[in-house]
Design a protein around this ligand. Structure first.
Ligand SMILES: [Zn+2]
Length: 91
């Protein structure tokens, strides 16, 4: 067992990376969350980072290409975490 680096709870964690892209035609604001996260935080950051990218990530050619890669990577990471056990086990 490890501590989640986001919420600090003792749970199964996985080293994940989620990327977010905000594109403003010529400027990009990419950001990244990387660390050992529990399933609950994986869920949280996946929707936060991917959601913002889905709304704001498309405004520019480079941003558009980057965003496709980012979102595909996020979804892949997220699906890979589906097998993790929940942090709050009702035992
Ligand atoms: Zn957590």
């Amino acid at each position: 067992m490890m501590h989640c680096q986001s919420c600090g709870s003792r749970a199964e964690t996985r080293n994940v990376t989620f990327n977010q892209n905000i594109g403003l035609l010529v400027i990009r604001f990419p950001s990244v969350v990387q660390g050992y996260l529990c399933k609950r935080c994986v869920h949280h950051y996946f929707w936060k980072m991917t959601g913002i990218s889905l709304v704001l990530g498309w405004w520019g050619i480079i941003s558009f290409i980057t965003n496709v890669i980012f979102i595909a990577g996020n979804v892949g990471t997220y699906l890979g975490c589906m097998t993790m056990s929940n942090s709050s086990r009702g035992r």
